[in-house]
Design a protein around this ligand. Sequence first.
Ligand SMILES: C[S@@+](CC[C@H](N)C(=O)[O-])C[C@H]1O[C@@H](n2cnc3c(N)ncnc32)[C@H](O)[C@@H]1O
Length: 264
Amino acid sequence: MHKDPDRLIVPDAALQAGVGGEMFDALLGHFSGGVEAGDLQPAMLESLRNEFDRSEFFGRDMRRLWAMLEVVVARSGRVPGAGREVLNLLNLACGYCEEGAVLSAYWGRGGGRVSQFAMDLRDAEIDKARRRYSATESLFRRAGVPPVRGRDGGASVEFVAGDASKLAGVGQIPANFDVVFIRHQNLWHDRPTWQRIFEFALARIADDGLLLITSYFDREHLLAMALLKALGGRVLVSERNPASRELDCAGKSIDRHVAAVVRS
Ligand SMILES: C[S@@+](CC[C@H](N)C(=O)[O-])C[C@H]1O[C@@H](n2cnc3c(N)ncnc32)[C@H](O)[C@@H]1O
């Protein structure tokens, strides 16, 4: 599944070179729980594939995030969850979690199972996250993909409203995760809270695992990298995303920086 890091291409070129098709196939694998595409309705599947190709959402930020993950993970030299039946993924401060299905698809693209636990402080965001995930799942159901259930019969991504800075003693959280993901960390806004979130994230990375973290701003990213190092982290890779979509605030763009961090 790992590609040669030197042969990886930057995201915008990657978009032309089939990231979309690879992401679609991985999403199909995720939502079908590995059912062969041949068992599904070919015409429906083709129309869904075309819908994805035309989709602004899946065609823009998600493809670029996917391409950045490929580069950063390959350059980190780590293969989280290798040899294990289920890869445990923790998505901290996930907001409305645009990337919920895409992250599970990315880590499950070799055919392995992914158990994703996604959390945010705000109930309203978690509500939206659940609805967004279900909406994507229902696109696949229309093409005949049966629903895949996770623990306790729920959706295969578990969305939880809670305070990520106070998780240290929460019993139902696994002891460690192959991948801890934080998209658009917010250290600038509230340093004490984010310091606790970073401490928790570092403490829960499995031995061969990775903390993957993205930032909107240059300065905030540098501060986050410095703090993670001060807390005992080692930054293996940090890449500026050349295809990051600019937002209305100067210097702010989507997944502007993506880094892979481990415990030193
Ligand atoms: C900049 S937003 C990023 C949201 C999302 N990851 C994204 O990329 O769109 C920061 C998020 O951190 C969440 N947050 C802030 N403090 C938190 C805490 N103590 N525990 C969990 N989430 C928190 C906020 O609710 C918000 O959704």
